[in-house]
Design a protein around this ligand. Structure first.
Ligand code: PMP
Length: 292
């Protein structure tokens, strides 16, 4: 929406252990379990015109990720809200991406849970700008086997499988990897997946094999409001390849069209009408939110 900001806007700022500082200066002890085990959860929350968008569902998902991994929630929702609002405020009025991470804390290396305080780290960076080329030409994706574990609904920092899958896409000259488990679409390496078949918008049901994306949920609601038929049901590999449209959603991308899949065009090979309707509805909402 607005990523230029004012000349006084800070481009990046971190918060760790009660102190605001430049991200490059933020350090974590090597024995932090986030570093040693990837024993941590995280959230990414967009802020439009400096205002946190859909914060409550992000905090609810954070609480759920902490519950699943049995990491104590170190803050109340009000404390999270106060901290994140202050971080965004200090950065200014541009569009931001707020990252927060909670690790199980610093302790001698041992797999079993230690009796220690969680580590909290937050940072703000400018929200990546979506280019005209991405909107006009769409993204390219490959399909690949979902090699991840069975708790994909928890937003954990143990992302090595996602990292490897995304790199597989990059190595193939593509933007995103769309993951398949037992022949069914789960999600992207860092996004949720929607397809359009015969005018119906379909996304895989929210189980343990995919992240319950905040944007995914919002897109479903917007589609219903727009009168688009929406279903949450499994998508086979064949349906994915034969879909009229494929889209991916995330808090930083909103919703983007995938126009090439495994080297072949999706539908007509151009961003489709259902994507466009959803993109416009989402942008209108973000704009109205920023203007409030
Ligand atoms: N799935 C995965 C694996 C992701 O990493 C993301 C983005 N963090 C999403 C889905 C989209 O979630 P959200 O809309 O909440 O950003």
């Amino acid at each position: 929406m607005n990523n230029t900001g004012s000349p006084t806007d800070l481009q990046e700022l971190a918060w760790i252990n009660g102190e605001f500082l430049a991200p490059a200066e933020a350090t974590i002890p090597a024995l932090d379990r986030g570093f040693i085990f990837g024993d941590a959860v995280y959230e990414v929350i967009p802020a439009y015109a400096g205002k946190l968008f859909l914060l409550q569902p992000h905090l609810q998902r954070l609480a759920r990720s902490l519950e699943i991994t049995r990491i104590p929630n170190p803050k109340t929702d009000l404390q999270w809200r106060t901290l994140l609002t202050e971080l965004a405020r200090r950065c200014g009025s541009h569009d931001q991406s707020l990252y927060l991470q909670v690790t199980r804390g610093v302790a001698p290396r041992d797999h079993a849970f230690p009796d220690t305080e969680p580590t909290v780290f937050c940072m703000s960076r400018p929200l990546p700008v979506i280019s005209d080329q991405q909107l006009q030409q769409g993204l390219s994706a490959i399909t690949t086997e979902d090699i991840r574990w069975n708790y994909c609904h928890a937003k954990t920092t143990s992302l090595i499988a996602n990292v490897m899958l995304r790199q597989q896409a990059v190595d193939a000259g593509a933007d995103e990897a769309i993951l398949l488990r037992d022949g069914l679409v789960t999600e992207g390496s860092a996004s949720n997946v929607f397809v359009v078949i015969g005018g119906e918008l379909i996304t895989p049901p929210a189980g343990e094999q995919l992240l319950h994306g905040i944007t995914r949920e919002r897109i479903i609601q917007l589609a219903q409001r727009q009168g688009i038929a929406v279903a949450q049901r499994p998508i086979t590999e064949q349906q994915l390849h034969q879909a009229d449209e494929v889209c991916v959603s995330s808090s930083t991308k909103s919703i983007l069209p995938v126009t090439r899949l495994d080297g072949s065009p999706v539908g007509k090979g151009l961003p489709g009408p259902v994507w466009l309707q959803l993109w416009e509805a989402y942008q209108a909402e973000v704009q109205a939110f920023g203007d409030q």
